[in-house]
Design a protein around this ligand. Structure first.
Ligand code: ARG
Length: 463
């Protein structure tokens, strides 16, 4: 970029072009070329509307449209050179249009500004991004529901405080993850609906003196509505914050799954195994098989969380209306979309291939007196007050620890030392399978309930 000649976009008022360092500092094309298809789509809709309201002749519109479509095709196949001297995606495309179709290209920017143009491009991009992310979240949900069905009867320890609490089924656990993702998909849909409104027509900030038809543009671009206030239209980035916030929640969920997968894959737990292709090895310890996808997902959660902080901080000091600060929304938004997209896609690929070691899960449940609550409930049904039952069972657990055995391995005579309310039928409820089967209500861990919950989850996916 030379400092001799004026800038071709705003040269009229300037005696010299920008300093080379200023040009490099202010350009955005190096990180926003992905907006090109949306920029072209928006420009075609804008030009069509201009011809509809008589600002352009219809043959002028056709020439502009042909030129823009040709540029779009060249960009799609990588046959387009982006020039940082032209600053951004909008000016690169407009300059190329004028080069290709002549002076008519200079009419395209009538009744608009890059301020409403970029806001439109980003909303179109975000809408497509959300649609594909919802698709991937749902693919992951399907994988988890499949695992839940397959492991509706596989008993594992349920934890509180990471201490063995009560037995649950592996399927029940998978459906808890699925429920988080169902909320994530729903949240993304709500954000899409709120963002799907047209900024174009706001021009720089105050609207335009031309008799534009914003509804027509909104309809052509598939927006549900136009943004009512022109100042708000060019300056609002709530939709970006909404998206990155929802993405942060998705990452937080995946990070929690990751934490569990990492624990479960540790030989100390040994609950699950992942195929080698989803793991990596150690350069020094030959025996290692590391869950790096899960660890990196947990790590990348920090990055996305950082982007959320960046966007909220970006907006907090801005007076109305558009400020150049807004250009800084792109990198956090794009990196968020790429990061969450990659993590969700990998989890969706990986989860259906998780191999569950049912025996290891069952053994772990056996080790922690997971049926102690069942014994207390049994005593309550026999007429003992719950607090007393709690104490009696505590004594039984203490005895089992002392004898180094499970509750179900204590003899009836031993159990009766602590309560005469205990009968021979106690052993039915002290087993792991009896314990999970007994939690047979909506939302409970009984295998029949897990199967019904899996069917309900599948129905919400329209399967
Ligand atoms: N690259 C700018 C952005 O991302 C486009 C809008 C530029 N507008 C302006 N008045 N300089 O926000």
């Amino acid at each position: 970029m030379s400092t001799q000649s004026s800038h071709q976009t705003w040269g009229g008022r300037f005696a010299e072009g920008p300093d080379a360092r200023v040009a490099a500092f202010t350009e955005s094309i190096s990180f926003e070329a992905r907006l090109a298809p949306y920029d072209i789509q928006g420009s075609i809709a804008h030009a069509r509307m201009l011809s509809h309201v008589g600002v352009l002749q219809s043959d002028e519109f056709e020439t502009i449209r042909g030129g823009l479509e040709a540029i779009g095709e060249r960009i799609a196949v990588g046959d387009f050179t982006w020039d940082p001297a032209l600053e951004d995606v909008h000016m690169n495309i407009e300059a190329r249009l004028t080069e290709d179709i002549g002076a008519l290209g200079k009419k395209l920017h009538t009744a608009r500004s890059r301020n409403d143009q970029v806001a439109t491009d980003v909303r179109l991009w975000l809408r497509a991004t959300i649609d594909s992310l919802i698709g991937e979240v749902n693919r992951l949900r399907r994988g988890l529901i499949g695992l839940a069905d397959h492991h509706a009867e596989t008993v594992m320890p349920g934890f509180t405080h990471l201490q063995v609490a009560q037995p649950v089924t592996f399927g029940h656990h998978m459906l808890a993850w699925q429920a988080m993702l169902a909320r994530d998909a729903e949240r993304l849909g709500q954000i899409r609906a709120r963002a799907n409104k047209l900024p174009l027509g706001a021009a720089a900030l105050a609207g335009t003196t031309f008799a534009i038809d914003r509804e027509m543009v909104a309809q052509e671009l598939g927006f549900d509505d136009v943004i009512d206030n022109s100042l708000d239209a060019v300056s609002d980035r709530d939709f970006a914050i909404d998206f990155v916030s929802a993405a942060t929640t998705i990452m937080m969920h995946l990070s929690r799954f990751s934490e569990e997968l990492i624990l479960w894959m540790s030989p100390a737990f040994g609950f699950v195994e992942l195929p080698d292709r989803y793991c990596t090895g150690s350069s020094i310890m030959p025996q290692k098989k590391n869950p790096d996808v899960a660890e990196l997902t947990r790590g990348k959660t920090a990055r996305v969380q950082g982007h959320l902080t960046a966007l909220v901080t970006l907006m907090k000091g801005q007076p109305l209306a558009y400020n150049r600060d807004n250009q800084e929304d792109k990198v956090p938004m794009f990196d968020t979309a790429d990061t969450v997209g990659a993590c969700v896609a990998l989890f969706a690929d990986m989860m259906p291939h998780v191999a569950v070691d049912a025996a290891a899960c069952r053994n772990a449940a056996r080790r922690g007196f997971a049926t102690a609550t069942d014994l207390a409930d049994y005593l309550v049904r026999a007429g003992v007050a719950f607090r007393d039952a709690h104490e009696i069972v505590g004594n039984c657990v203490s005895r089992a620890i002392h004898e180094d055995c499970d509750l179900a391995e204590l003899t009836l005579a031993t159990l009766q030392e602590y309560s005469t309310a205990i009968g021979a039928d106690v052993y039915e409820i002290l087993t792991l399978d009896g314990s999970v089967a007994a939690r047979d209500h909506l939302g409970g861990t009984a295998p029949s309930q897990v199967r019904a919950a899996a069917a309900r989850a599948r129905a919400t996916l329209g399967d």
